[in-house]
Design a protein around this ligand. Structure first.
Ligand SMILES: [Mg+2]
Length: 189
């Protein structure tokens, strides 16, 4: 945004009509007719998403806990931070705590909110809410029946090196680890 502009133009778009074009188990696709700022009409297609919590589980020695999962749309495995969608009525923190336990079997004593990112603003309202989890304790494991997850504990510096060389290339994981390293409570000023 131009800082010297006294009052920014209103760029918002008004919804004239909204329609569900697909409602699946995961995806909810809508097509809206909108009024543009110049008075003309257009359509907007997008996915309605409940949002998700993303957890950076950090051990006292500086190791981070990642998961390897197969992601069907790309037919390959990815290394990822633990994460999962908000249940209806669930707080962001409660979701983060539930997902960490469900996916990794760990609880954490200390939770710190880090940041919120919007990973796909062109076609979805999805938001990702990042938490740092410290004081980790392994208490057991009850993974969802359709989640096949392999855990991987490695030094943060190794994870950052894996971002640099492309072995870690999944968006929320890259975002979260780089943000933590640069701006998190442990980052050097
Ligand atoms: Mg998950």
């Amino acid at each position: 945004m131009n800082e010297i502009e006294p009052s920014p133009r209103d760029l918002s778009e008004q919804t004239l009509e909204t329609q569900t074009v697909f409602q699946g188990r995961l995806l909810h696709a809508r097509r809206d007719r909108v009024r543009l700022p110049n008075g003309q009409e257009s359509t907007r297609e997008y996915l309605v998403h409940p949002g998700a919590a993303v957890v950076i589980p950090l051990f006292d020695n500086g190791d981070v806990l990642l998961e390897r999962q197969h992601r069907y749309p790309l037919r390959r495995d990815f290394l990822e931070l633990p994460a999962g969608k908000f249940d209806p009525g669930e707080t962001e923190l409660a979701c983060a705590q539930r997902e960490l336990l469900e996916e990794t079997g760990y609880t954490a004593r200390e939770w710190t909110y880090l940041a919120t990112f919007y990973p796909c603003i062109g076609y979805s309202d999805e938001r990702l809410v990042f938490f740092l989890a410290r004081g980790l304790e392994h208490v057991g494991h009850a993974p969802d029946h359709d989640e096949f997850i392999e855990l991987l504990r490695l030094p943060m510096q190794e994870a950052l090196a894996m971002i640099a060389d492309g072995r870690i290339c999944e968006a929320k994981t890259v975002m979260g680890l780089l943000w933590l390293a640069r701006y998190g409570p442990l980052a050097k000023a």
